[in-house]
Design a protein around this ligand. Structure first.
Ligand code: PEP
Length: 248
């Protein structure tokens, strides 16, 4: 089945490194049957745009600010992203929530602005290890979804991609089992169904992220409620080519 394979490069790669890496991967993934989205650091997006011209590769960013313009030192607007060809943006990644103290209100504002500007949000949600050990996984996911999606119309909800990313699995090499990931992705879809209706639920895409690599991707992505993956570390390696081209 066709899956969404989204790369999150995080704060990695200079322009030179980006050119060298893309030279190796673009010819091999450009005709993939899966949907591939590369979310690069801002400074590398123009390079991706040039090198992925006339391919099926989609361009993504990892963040932006919801205001149009003005005195927001260090920030990037949605218009700036669109101008460089961005179609997708990661919002609410746990690293932004934790390190940069992004709260649900800010995330909600970013999702609304992205939708208004026709950039597809990839909203990340997920529990900490402590929350999982205390059996609070569903409670945490429900709270994040309720707050992050507050006030967004049903017709808009189906455009959002949700990525379930347990914090304890991100960059740790400790992947959720396919069963654990499927259970939460199903919970997310059921929540959407209950709040916004069955047709929205059917149209929604939910990804899993957290130490996905070429070894474990197949088992995870063949699950019914997992529509693909958000991939960090492994997206910076050549194994990403196989992950993009695999028939799941
Ligand atoms: C991520 O950055 O969203 C992620 C899932 O990272 P990793 O694949 O390295 O765990």
């Amino acid at each position: 089945m066709k899956k969404i394979i989204a790369a999150n490069w995080k704060m990695n790669m200079t322009i030179t490194e980006t050119k060298n890496f893309l030279k190796k991967i673009v010819p091999k993934i450009k005709n993939t049957k899966n949907d591939v989205i590369l979310c690069l650091p801002f400074t590398n997006i123009q390079t991706l745009k040039n090198m992925a011209k006339n391919t099926k590769i989609h361009i993504g960013a990892q963040n932006f600010y919801f205001e149009d313009k003005g005195a927001y030192t260090g920030e990037i607007s949605s218009a700036m992203l669109k101008d460089v060809g961005v179609e997708y943006v990661i919002i609410g990644h746990s690293e932004r929530r934790e390190i940069f103290k992004e709260d649900d209100l800010l995330i909600n504002n970013k999702i609304k602005k992205a939708l208004k500007e026709k950039i597809i949000p990839i909203l990340c949600v997920g529990e900490s290890l402590k929350e999982r050990q205390e059996n609070k996984t569903f409670e945490k996911i429900k709270k994040q979804l309720a707050n992050d999606l507050l006030g967004i119309e049903s017709s808009q909800i189906k455009k959002i991609i949700i990525a379930y990313e347990p914090i304890w699995a991100i960059g740790t090499g400790k992947t959720a089992t396919a069963g654990e990931a499927e259970e939460v992705c199903k919970y997310i879809k059921d929540f959407i169904g209950k709040e916004y209706g069955e047709s929205i639920k059917k149209a929604m895409k939910v990804l899993y992220g957290g130490s996905v690599n070429n070894q474990n991707a197949k088992e995870l992505f063949k699950k019914e409620n997992i529509d693909g993956g958000l991939i960090g570390g492994a997206s910076l390696k050549l194994e990403f080519i196989d992950m993009v081209n695999t028939k799941y």
